[in-house]
Design a protein around this ligand. Structure first.
Ligand code: FRU
Length: 487
């Protein structure tokens, strides 16, 4: 069965077959979450892009659907978003509500060596099952810009119009529209701020309350940065915090400090769901778990590419100031069951438990004193020649994933390595939540302050676990393991 396939994750979305990259068209409508994605159905490398589609009622169990959007006379279908047009501003729905997708038509004329990227619309009369392309496509083009793509659209209540944020080379442009069809340029953001190590892609812009208090609302902008050869990390995602007045985004902090969304190598093009009901109120994001540096080379067979765990994003006032927090959506907990539950325990006790376990898909929660140092050995082979290490170093206040010996890494010279992130050291304890699946690790530290996502490709039977510390008597305030089951 599919769940026996090599490297096939148990609780992360993958396509049945073919290549995927960015999540697209994330929208909630009629009690269903939609996940569209960049899709090449006819191969396991990037190729002529379609929008693949999956539907879920709980963000964790996905039913793959037929292809939603296929290439046409305007080009292939690049990334974009979807919204519920509640009041039929488009006129597509005869006064009712419905889904509209706003995406990039990418036209590459190889003979003339000419690329054109333009924004287009499609709409659905059956809650996303089938799609009709708008006959007036494209709806937005640019005379000069070649990189002009990845529209993310939202309804802005205060100015009563749609806003589009679009990636334009190494800045973003904002546009406004009453009906999704006619767009007016509003402003540009990004010159001289943030990382410019590659082309800007897949932006998002949304408001978040600080600590759930409507009186302090901040706008968060996500911008993914494409891979360039001199950028060892490959592709990754930065974010900005600031104000948005309906026309212009103004960052709070115009210093050069770059804020990364994720400190691993494999979380890219992450954007958020549109139209989550107000009663729910969550801002939920999902990312593509790969990196353009080696995305086409990872050693899977029928399929290539997976999505991250959906994450809830919040802003919290912490010791360091207003902090962007990421936590796995709580729905993920329905798929796991407890295997080990230890409170006020010791290194030796945990070592004894782990020595008897063999697992490939699980969650570990560990809490210890902020000054401690420890390392968990995960997905370890019996000979120990394969092992992924997730650890914390109290002296440096650093959490890390070391995948140098995690399994197959021969497909790219920059894949093996150790990735680190600083944690807030004003705290008295360090808490790590570590999600292991067949071919990925996601670490959340300090209740969501740090997120780190890395792919790994261990042998199927590399399923051992261990823990080590320079302090043989290290006390641990808690240690839990939950196993994930295939559904
Ligand atoms: C980001 C990206 C987008 C583009 C899509 C093409 O990963 O390069 O900018 O729309 O992938 O598949």
């Amino acid at each position: 069965t599919q769940s026996q396939e090599k490297y096939r994750p148990l609780y992360h979305f993958t396509p049945q077959q073919g290549w995927i990259n960015d999540p697209n068209g994330l929208v909630y409508f009629n009690d269903e979450y939609h996940l569209f994605f960049q899709y090449h159905p006819d191969g396991t490398v990037w190729g002529p892009m379609h929008w693949g589609h999956a539907i879920s009622s709980d963000l964790v169990n996905w039913q793959e659907q037929p292809i939603a959007l296929a290439p046409d006379e305007h080009g292939t279908i690049f990334s974009g978003s979807a919204v519920v047009d509640w009041h039929d501003t488009t006129g597509f729905f005869n006064g009712q509500s419905g889904l509209v997708a706003i995406f990039t038509h990418h036209d590459h004329n190889y003979k003339l060596d000419h690329i054109q990227q333009r924004q287009s619309l499609a709409y659905s009369h059956d809650a996303g099952r089938t799609w009709i392309k708008y006959e007036g496509n494209p709806v937005l083009e640019h005379d000069e810009l070649i990189d002009f793509r990845d529209p993310k659209v939202f309804w802005h209540q205060e100015t009563a119009r749609w806003i589009m944020i679009l990636a334009c080379g190494q800045t973003v442009h904002l546009y406004g529209s009453p009906n999704l069809k006619e767009w007016t340029f509003l402003s540009e953001f990004g010159d001289g701020i943030g990382s410019h190590a590659g082309v800007w892609e897949c932006p998002d812009l949304f408001p978040l309350m600080v600590d759930g208090d409507a009186a302090t609302t901040k706008w968060v902008m996500l911008v993914s940065i494409g891979s360039s050869d001199d950028f060892i990390e490959g592709s990754r995602t930065q974010y900005f915090m600031g104000e948005f007045d309906g026309v212009t985004f103004t960052p709070d902090d115009s210093s050069q400090e770059i804020r990364w969304l994720d400190y691993g190598r494999d979380h890219y093009a992450g954007v958020c769901w549109s139209d989550i009901p107000v009663e729910d109120g969550r801002r939920i994001c999902i990312g593509w778990m790969s990196n353009w540096k080696y995305a086409n080379l990872t050693p899977t067979e029928q399929w290539r590419g997976a999505m991250s765990i959906p994450r809830e994003i919040t802003l919290e006032q912490r010791a360091q100031g207003i902090t962007l927090i990421q936590r796995p959506v709580q729905e993920i907990n329905t798929m796991r069951s407890p295997i080990v539950t230890l409170e006020n325990t010791t290194l030796a006790e945990v070592q004894a438990k782990l020595a008897s376990l063999q697992m490939d898909s699980y969650e570990i929660q560990i809490t210890a004193d902020i000054t401690s140092t420890f390392a968990l050995q995960l997905r370890a082979s019996s000979s120990q020649d394969q092992v992924t290490v997730v650890g914390y170093e109290g002296d440096a206040s650093e959490v890390y994933i070391d995948r140098s010996h995690s399994g197959d890494h021969t497909f790219h010279q920059d894949f093996a390595g150790k990735h680190t992130a600083k944690v807030d050291h004003n705290l008295s304890t360090i808490e790590l939540q570590i999600y292991v699946d067949r071919s990925s690790i996601e670490v959340f530290a300090n209740d969501g302050q740090v997120a780190m996502t890395d792919l790994i490709f261990p042998d199927h039977d590399a399923q051992g676990l261990g823990i080590q510390s320079p302090d043989q008597h290290l006390p641990l305030s808690s240690f839990h393991i939950y196993q994930f089951m295939s559904s």
